[in-house]
Ligand binder design. Structure first.
Ligand SMILES: Nc1nc2c(c(=O)[nH]1)N[C@H]1C(S)=C(S)[C@@H](COP(=O)(O)OP(=O)(O)OC[C@H]3O[C@@H](n4cnc5c(=O)[nH]c(N)nc54)[C@H](O)[C@@H]3O)O[C@H]1N2
Ligand SMILES: Nc1nc2c(c(=O)[nH]1)N[C@H]1C(S)=C(S)[C@@H](COP(=O)(O)OP(=O)(O)OC[C@H]3O[C@@H](n4cnc5c(=O)[nH]c(N)nc54)[C@H](O)[C@@H]3O)O[C@H]1N2
Ligand SMILES: [Mo]
Length: 763
């Protein structure tokens, strides 16, 4: 997120579109309730009347997957009335003229209503609120992203905020609420199959940068790959591993199909296409679960499958992982602030911390020494475990891209001991020192939200709100990044003159920092003699001395990102201007004809990825007649993710005892279904899941909602007998993902779990 939950207290209007924060981020909602007390208007846009909607001043019901129509409908009104922030757009945004042209021509209120179901009057009301109440913020989460066009939906939201001049401002921003505890921190250190830690690409220069930081030889690293080409080829995403197993080998862009899978803190029932996942699991040679719980993976693997998929050589291992309470470490919050977490107890029973398991695996595979080169080891339960502090120090040493070099274990621990010295609304230190170490908090922001750069000579305070030009860069200010060059088709990509962060020596737009720029500016000699050789030939991301950043920020008030325009037109995306496209599985063939899906892709993260073919077949087969209900899914406050942990907790289990489907009273009565009865939910994959009906006007007549936290029942049957003895969760229920269909975002490969189709019948 660009800002923070806390900063939302400064918003005059907040539009939640695709977020049910009351259940998924309940603490954040406290900040919103404070904001409301100060007069902030709250709008919730969701296919369901959620608990968040219950707190809203205005609730807008849209059809799932139609957010672009709604967002661009708002923008149409804004442009028509001249409510856009013209100076901001001129100074800081690229391509808005193109968007304006298209939005004015395409997204008239009648078209908007046809696609998303929102009438002209309500649209005008929301647009007027956004216009009259600035700064305003937009919040979204999975409601926008789990679609084949998720990447375009989130961009439409950003474009709306840019048109209103709301980005880079306290009270504004695009506040994208993150998922798991520390999912931000996990993403930051490189689990994506196309990047190294800190979003460095998998290109040779970045590999070399990390080889140096890790203290290993680049050639040795290269030798770890089956062939050198693999080193720079984006891998298969977690959402598609089943296709890595099941797809014909000649159709995939790697030598072999996948043969082994580790479920390392990941549940099987959180992924779509459950029937095919079971087949893929059966075909594997190796299946490993690293988890505090055996999880549904163990039960699914033990459940008999199709005889033709069975692999008699398959090995399944369960490695008990310790929980967060049995280890320590840094943890990054949704707003990029980092906290330090203390260990409460040693790992119980046979369990070991994740990093101990990683080290022990590396030892067996013959690269244990290389893995822990930079780490001191400590004894835990008599075994060697890498020191977590040293792991963070290694990150501090190497991850310049997003400013992870300033959050040292010492600084973070001092922050944790002195939370009372920080302002809750601004996150800024009220001044003072840490009694234990004498550390002076100066102008630090709590948790040193990234980017935060540190070297012995540079103490950056963290960046509470991204791209904020009203602040000096040494007080967390910044500009839009110059990632994409300085010019595009003859148009300037850099910020216009006079638009720069407070007090900067360069008052025009400028490119990213590198050695050439620093020399051209005549600032090279401000590097120390020790820094110069390390910085020579480098840019700010690869200068391991940090000297270039120090000189640029501290001496001249400039930002290493450069000072550029945000892009409203993203020429390297499938749809440079976001386009509405109907889901692959929908109930509206008339709209599918008008707003067709993308063309298929031959090799997208090594796999063929289908769009149009699937959608066209669904139209031709009239799938919507057999499956006339839109099926969406999401969260309950009581349970987490795949839910094995939380459904094993007796107190939580008592609060949500049954898997259910929310269905509208009319849709239920048409099918002779009464509240609390058992029903079959069937989907085009052939799956049938048996759940309880919750008859409620929360959902519209065309839509049903199912929570995704359940597992332990499989198409009507209890899986209890397939769990290791005594390890089954208390509450078991059908997984919605047993029934979800094919469909993946055209940039991120996120599964299309917020929009598919189903039918519901009395059981
Ligand atoms: N208690 C609890 N909290 C959690 C989690 C948990 O499992 N349990 N999980 C965490 C994780 S990993 C994440 S990613 C977040 C997710 O947090 P959220 O995204 O807020 O949660 P969801 O319930 O998945 O989806 C939010 C809303 O999107 C709506 N929606 C569906 N389709 C559309 C659409 O097309 N457009 C719009 N505008 N809305 C739509 C749904 O009706 C739902 O109310 O929650 C985190 N917090
Ligand atoms: N239909 C549908 N499907 C969805 C979604 C949806 O809205 N609808 N949401 C999607 C989203 S946003 C997400 S993030 C995924 C979430 O799904 P998953 O990524 O599968 O997440 P969880 O089930 O929360 O956690 C997985 C496992 O981690 C284990 N675990 C907990 N702590 C530790 C630890 O310290 N170490 C180890 N090794 N393991 C640990 C837990 O016991 C659990 O079994 O689901 C996705 N699937
Ligand atoms: Mo998530």
């Amino acid at each position: 997120m660009t800002n923070s939950y806390n900063d939302m207290q400064n918003s005059k209007v907040a539009m939640y579109i695709g977020s049910n924060a009351a259940e998924a981020h309940p603490v954040s909602l406290l900040h919103m309730l404070h904001a409301k007390e100060n007069g902030c208007k709250m709008i919730v846009v969701d296919p369901r009347f959620t608990r968040t909607a219950a707190k809203a001043d205005e609730y807008v019901r849209i059809r799932s997957g139609s957010d672009i129509a709604f967002l661009f409908g708002l923008l149409h009104i804004i442009f028509k009335n001249g409510w856009e922030d013209k100076k901001y757009i001129n100074d800081r945004v690229f391509g808005m003229d193109k968007v304006k042209e298209e939005v004015l021509a395409k997204w008239t209120p009648d078209k908007v209503e046809e696609v998303c179901g929102v009438g002209a009057e309500q649209l005008l009301k929301v647009a007027t609120w956004l216009h009259e109440n600035r700064p305003g913020t937009i919040v979204w989460c999975m409601g926008q992203t789990q679609h084949t066009i998720g990447n375009a939906i989130v961009r439409a939201s950003c474009i709306l905020q840019l048109a209103l001049g709301n980005v880079g401002k306290s009270g504004g921003g695009t506040n994208i609420f993150r998922g798991h505890d520390n999912v931000q921190g996990a993403t930051d250190v490189g689990p994506n199959p196309d990047s190294l830690p800190g979003y460095y690409g998998i290109v040779e220069g970045s590999w070399k940068h990390f080889a140096k930081a890790w203290g290993v030889d680049f050639e040795w690293l290269k030798g770890r790959f089956a062939n050198p080409g693999m080193m720079s080829k984006p891998g298969i995403t977690v959402s598609r591993w089943i296709d890595g197993v099941l797809e014909k080998n000649e159709l995939i862009d790697q030598e072999n199909n996948l043969k082994g899978v580790f479920f390392w803190g990941h549940a099987p029932n959180s992924q779509s296409r459950g029937l095919e996942m079971k087949r893929a699991m059966d075909k594997l040679d190796l299946l490993v679960v690293v988890d505090p719980y055996p999880s549904a993976t163990a039960a699914m693997a033990a459940m008999p499958g199709k005889p033709e998929d069975a692999n008699s050589n398959r090995a399944v291992y369960l490695l008990p992982a310790a929980t967060q309470f049995e280890t320590s470490g840094s943890c990054t919050a949704s707003n990029r602030s980092i906290q330090w977490r203390e260990k409460v107890i040693d790992p119980l029973w046979e369990s070991r911390s994740d990093h101990m398991i990683m080290y022990q695996l590396a030892e067996k595979l013959g690269f244990g020494k290389e893995l822990v080169k930079n780490y001191k080891m400590q004894k835990v339960k008599g075994m060697d475990e890498p020191m977590i502090e040293d792991i963070l120090r290694e990150i501090n040493k190497s991850v310049w891209t997003i400013g992870y070099t300033g959050q040292s274990p010492e600084r973070l621990k001092a922050h944790m001991r002195n939370m009372h010295l920080f302002d809750v609304k601004t996150l800024k230190s009220k001044g003072g020192k840490d009694k234990e170490t004498g550390y002076d908090f100066g102008g630090d922001y709590f948790g040193l939200p990234w980017p935060c750069w540190g070297t012995p000579e540079l103490k950056h305070p963290g960046s509470p709100n991204l791209y904020d030009t009203s602040k000096h860069v040494m007080d967390g200010g910044g500009n839009f990044r110059a990632n994409f060059g300085v010019e595009r088709e003859g148009k300037n990509l850099l910020a216009e003159d006079g638009s720069h962060s407070l007090g900067a020596d360069i008052t025009t737009g400028y490119p990213e920092l590198d050695h050439v720029l620093l020399k051209k500016l005549g600032w090279w000699d401000e590097l120390t003699d020790a820094e110069k050789p390390l910085a020579e030939g480098k840019n700010w991301k690869t200068d391991s001395s940090g000297g270039m950043i120090r000189v640029f920020m501290q001496n001249h008030g400039c930002h290493p990102f450069g000072n550029a325009k945000a892009r409203a037109v993203v020429w390297n995306f499938p749809d440079p201007i976001p386009q509405h496209r109907e889901p692959l599985y929908g109930t509206r063939p008339d709209l599918m004809e008008k707003y067709p899906a993308h063309a298929d892709k031959k090799a997208f993260w090594r796999l063929p990825t289908l769009y149009k073919t699937v959608q066209d077949k669904n139209i031709a087969d009239k799938v919507h007649e057999k499956f006339p209900l839109i099926m969406t899914s999401g969260r309950l406050v009581e349970y987490e993710g795949g839910g094995e942990e939380t459904r094993s907790n007796p107190w939580l289990a008592e609060l949500q005892q049954d898997m259910f489907v929310e269905i509208n009273p009319k849709a239920a009565s048409d099918r002779g279904i009464r509240n609390g009865e058992q029903v079959w939910v069937s989907s085009p994959t052939g799956a049938r899941i048996k759940v309880m009906a919750m008859v409620t006007p929360r959902v519209g007549v065309d839509t049903v909602f199912l929570p995704f936290h359940y597992s332990g029942r499989w198409q009507g049957a209890d899986m209890l007998g397939h769990y290791p003895n005594g390890a089954a969760p208390i509450v078991r229920g059908e997984a919605v993902n047993t029934a979800t269909t094919y469909g993946y975002d055209s940039v991120t490969m996120m599964q299309e779990t917020k929009t598919t189709v189903c039918n519901v019948e009395r059981a």
